[in-house]
Design a binder for this molecule. Structure first.
Ligand SMILES: Nc1ncnc2c1ncn2[C@@H]1O[C@H](COP(=O)(O)OP(=O)(O)OP(=O)(O)O)[C@@H](O)[C@H]1O
Length: 223
């Protein structure tokens, strides 16, 4: 396992106020965005396996009722629709979505909770969420996971056996727009061309480890 401790021997490129605010707020969140089937979960699974205590997922909010065994604040924050709508109006959420009549969302506070534990909060979010988080003060590291082609994306989704004909077409159609956004210069800090999974993982991991070292050099405390 890599240690994030290292000798600081690097020109400091930020301003002193950036340094103070970054060191005080904890590790920067890490956003991984990319079309469905591009391999985000696969990359994250490997990252968690290699660094079990460095990363964390934020707890989402939902208006659906808890299932047996689900705990408030652990699996989800279970809230009423009116409370959730009030919080959204109050600009407390990074992203929200509605599935089968229930609202779901990631609050800024849930991300801060992970940061305050000295962990990097991982956010697997869609384009809309990326646009939203850019407007906050969370200062995320933004990574786009780029599949080689739409045909390969289709092949991966078919092999995963998770889609109906309808959801497959929906995902592939959305992928074209997502890729155009992902490859637009300035939208992400890093693009991973996810062709071979082993090569893609090494590129992803090396980039993330390097980012964490840079933050550590700025005085950010890690778990
Ligand atoms: N580089 C790769 N080459 C071939 N197959 C891959 C690669 N990366 C992932 N896969 C496979 O493609 C399928 C989709 O990957 P995964 O579920 O990680 O995608 P995802 O981006 O997380 O999708 P979703 O957004 O729908 O959750 C999985 O079956 C996975 O094993």
């Amino acid at each position: 396992m890599i240690s994030f401790l290292f000798i600081v021997n690097r020109a400091f490129s930020g301003t002193s106020s950036t340094l103070m605010s970054q060191a005080g707020s904890g590790p920067r969140p890490l956003v991984l965005c990319g079309p469905s089937g591009s391999g985000k979960s696969t990359l994250l699974k490997r990252l968690f396996a290699e660094f079990p205590d460095k990363f964390g997922f934020s707890v989402s909010h939902t208006t659906r009722h808890p299932r047996e065994g689900e705990q408030h604040g652990v699996h989800y924050y279970f809230v009423s629709r009116s409370d959730m709508e009030r919080a959204i109006a109050n600009d407390e959420f990074i992203e929200t979505a509605e599935f089968t009549g229930n609202m779901y969302g990631t609050s800024k506070q849930a991300v801060r909770d992970i940061q305050s534990q000295g962990r990097v909060c991982i956010l697997d979010i869609e384009q809309k969420g990326v646009e939203q988080i850019k407007k906050t003060d969370l200062n995320p590291i933004l990574i786009f996971n780029n599949p080689p082609t739409i045909a390969e994306l289709e092949r991966r989704l078919l092999k995963r056996n998770s889609e109906t004909a309808e959801t497959l077409q929906k995902r592939l159609k959305a992928a074209e727009m997502e890729i155009a956004y992902g490859l637009t210069p300035g939208n992400f800090h890093k693009i991973i061309n996810n062709v071979d999974i082993d090569v893609a993982y090494m590129e992803f991991r090396d980039f993330v480890v390097d980012e964490l070292k840079k933050q550590q050099a700025l005085g950010v405390h890690f778990n």
